[in-house]
Design a protein around this ligand. Structure first.
Ligand SMILES: Nc1ncnc2c1ncn2[C@@H]1O[C@H](COP(=O)(O)OP(=O)(O)OP(=O)(O)O)[C@@H](O)[C@H]1O
Ligand SMILES: [Mg+2]
Length: 329
């Protein structure tokens, strides 16, 4: 990887709650997290509620002092060079942070001017962003009249107004309808295309899979796995190919053809289920072998492991099952 734009080494955060039930109300929210994100990557932090994603992100944005460990953004230290770090990042918090009594446009103009744009530059930039995110039609209403999804898209707008090279998005799509979610994805894709680095957290595994170049899975304040989504899914042990034949005889003959070249093979009447590495590459070879043996294949299905299966394998729990009522709240 090129010079990392984000580096975390053994980051820790321990909260000491003042009004705890017991004598020791200590929460070890982040317990020694190492991260390296290369410039231009889309990087995802995945994990169940309370895993420490927001806490990690807030430390990386200099909003929360770490209890231990260290971190650098574009070479600047999180603690010693806070001002330099802040100039280079945008942050869209999980809760959002807009002034409720102002309009969306006023919020964005303020934000742009805080980052040093002149009034004229700010007006221009705000118009560009409003058009890009297709939110111009309610920009001049007070934000306390916005729906949850509208507010979320405005939060995103305020995070990117100054074109930061590194953008932190904490659950950018939680609670959004499919259309708004895809608008956020589009924008993430565009920023990525322009060379920005995006560090995001999400509960939606298929979203992480589709958007992220690399992901880290966190559980109970620690990274339990990291890599590209494809690498992580390989941990599960392979893809499944299901083949359907015209008769049980064909299926049995196909089994004999394939027996020695696949990891696992299950026959069920007229169907065969194979477990293979790199199913997408193996599938054409398997079909060619069956064709050569004059065994016509009637149906084919390739299924790949999901990130949820990865989480299940690593922690013994399902991430989707652990996905709690927060969305509904
Ligand atoms: N200010 C605080 N004081 C005490 N405990 C805290 C504080 N902030 C967070 N925690 C605790 O730290 C742990 C990690 O919280 P965090 O918000 O980082 O999780 P998360 O992975 O972002 O979860 P979610 O998916 O629900 O957003 C949780 O147990 C939480 O209750
Ligand atoms: Mg969070």
């Amino acid at each position: 990887m090129a010079e990392p734009i984000l580096l975390a080494e053994q980051l820790r955060k321990t909260f000491i709650a003042k009004k705890g039930m017991g004598p020791k109300a200590v929460v070890e929210a982040v317990r020694g997290v190492d991260l390296r994100v290369g410039a231009g990557e889309v990087f995802g932090l995945l994990g169940p509620n309370g895993a420490g994603k927001t806490t990690t992100m807030r430390m990386l944005c200099t909003l929360l002092p770490p209890s231990g460990g260290s971190g650098r953004i574009a070479g600047f230290d999180l603690i010693r060079d806070q001002a330099e770090v802040r100039k280079r990042i945008g942050y869209v918090s999980q809760k959002g942070g807009m002034e409720r009594v102002a309009t969306g446009r006023e919020n964005l103009l303020l934000q742009a001017q805080l980052y040093g744009m002149s009034r004229r530059q700010a007006v221009e930039r705000v118009n560009v962003i409003l058009a890009r995110l297709k939110i111009g039609e309610f920009a001049d209403r007070k934000t306390n009249t916005y729906s949850g999804g509208q507010r979320r898209i405005f939060d995103l707008a305020s995070g990117i107004i100054h074109s930061p090279p590194l953008l932190f998005l904490d659950e950018p799509t939680t609670g959004l309808d499919p259309q708004s979610r895809s608008r956020v994805w589009e924008e993430v894709g565009r920023l990525h295309g322009e060379g920005a680095t995006i560090f995001l957290t999400t509960h939606y595994l298929e979203e992480a899979d589709a958007l992220c170049d690399r992901v880290a899975i966190v559980d109970r304040g620690q990274v339990v796995a990291h890599g590209t989504p494809a690498e992580l899914k390989r941990l599960v042990g392979g893809d499944t190919i299901a083949l359907g034949f015209a008769s049980a005889d064909h299926a049995a003959r196909a089994r004999n053809v394939l027996l020695h070249s696949v990891k696992e093979l299950v026959i069920d009447e007229r169907a065969l289920r194979l477990t293979v590495e790199q199913g997408d590459e193996r599938l054409p070879i398997i079909l060619a072998a069956l064709n050569a043996a004059q065994l016509p294949v009637l149906t084919v299905a390739l299924s790949r492991p999901t990130l949820d299966q990865v989480f299940l394998k690593l922690t013994g729990r399902s991430l989707t099952a652990a996905e709690p009522a927060e969305d509904a709240a």
